[in-house]
Design a protein. Structure first.
Length: 167
């Protein structure tokens, strides 16, 4: 894996939100709203087999159904569906995936097996994974709030902080 994959994750041009929804109070809706309202400048690709549109954007039923590639997939579906989604991300040559989904190793042996499967598939396919069971990532300086945190943080005052080193 290269730094290029990290650039595609932390400065993505195309973000797929797997499980995208408009259901009030849902994590899936918060993810979409945070990306839209946070001013993400790239292309958002809602993925949900139950909807034709999400937040006014055409939705597709799976990562495999996307006509174009994806830099970053944000996955918020039941943990049992994640291995298949990760495999689709590998096949689409996505750089990375953020697995918001909970229910992995913290719920027992079956969850540990699912997480092991996710990580093995990702490693074999060169897909970088953040998660499972995580908040997501936030990069205010590029208007990326790929999390279910309620508000984009204003980090402009922290832009020059580098541990005392100048660049």
């Amino acid at each position: 894996m290269s730094q290029y994959n990290l650039d595609r994750i932390f400065q993505p041009r195309r973000v797929a939100v797997v499980g995208a929804s408009e259901s009030t109070g849902s994590i899936e809706n918060a993810l979409m709203k945070n990306l839209i309202e946070g001013g993400f400048q790239g292309k958002l690709l809602p993925v949900n087999p139950n909807y034709d549109t999400v937040h006014g954007m055409s939705a597709v039923g799976s990562i495999s159904a996307l006509e174009e590639g994806v830099d970053l997939a944000v996955i918020a579906t039941p943990i049992v569906s994640v291995p298949d989604i990760v495999q689709q991300c590998v096949e689409k040559k996505a750089a990375g995936a953020i697995v918001i989904s909970a229910g992995g190793k913290k719920v027992g042996e079956k969850g540990r097996e699912i997480e092991a499967q996710i990580h093995a598939m990702a490693y074999a396919g060169g897909l970088r994974i953040v998660g499972p069971n995580c908040l997501g990532i936030i990069r205010p300086n590029v208007n990326l709030n790929a999390s279910f945190a309620s508000e984009m943080l204003d980090m402009t005052g922290f832009a020059d902080m580098d541990g005392g080193h100048s660049t």
